[in-house]
Design a protein around this ligand. Structure first.
Ligand code: SF4
Ligand code: SF4
Length: 118
């Protein structure tokens, strides 16, 4: 099985789901940057993850962090809803970036079981 990596340091939180890589840039994240518990964004990413996602994110020391630590659990639970990125863009500082892995069409067809030549 492909190895999944997380990157957690003072500058970034980076983790992988089944088909995505999610990165939070703490240098641009309002509460992390300003060390405030009452940011203008209202921790929109964490609220969105509770509402539309799977509680992957939580607040710790004025930062959005992973509530689920085990990489295989993140892959199992994360529903790849994109709500954290969208809500940070709308209410926060736009510091969440999600890269979506796109399969080439031929591989996608194979993965979803479309017979060759159809
Ligand atoms: S919404 Fe954006 S700015 Fe606000 S806590 Fe989340 S990542 Fe940081
Ligand atoms: S994509 Fe959805 S489930 Fe995954 S971290 Fe963002 S809000 Fe949570």
């Amino acid at each position: 099985m492909e190895e999944r990596k997380e990157r957690i340091d003072n500058d970034y939180l980076e983790f992988e789901t089944r088909k995505m890589k999610i990165t939070i840039d703490y240098k641009k994240c309002e509460p992390a940057r300003d060390n405030t518990s009452n940011p203008r964004c209202g921790f929109a990413c964490v609220k969105a993850c509770r509402l539309y996602g799977r509680n992957i994110l939580r607040i710790e020391k004025n930062k959005p962090v992973l509530a689920v630590k085990e990489p295989s659990e993140i892959i199992r639970l994360d529903n790849e809803c994109l709500a954290c990125e969208y809500n940070c863009e709308m209410q926060g500082t736009g510091c969440i970036k999600i890269e979506v892995q796109m399969l080439p069409l031929i591989e996608y067809r194979r993965e979803v079981g479309v017979p060759e030549g159809v």
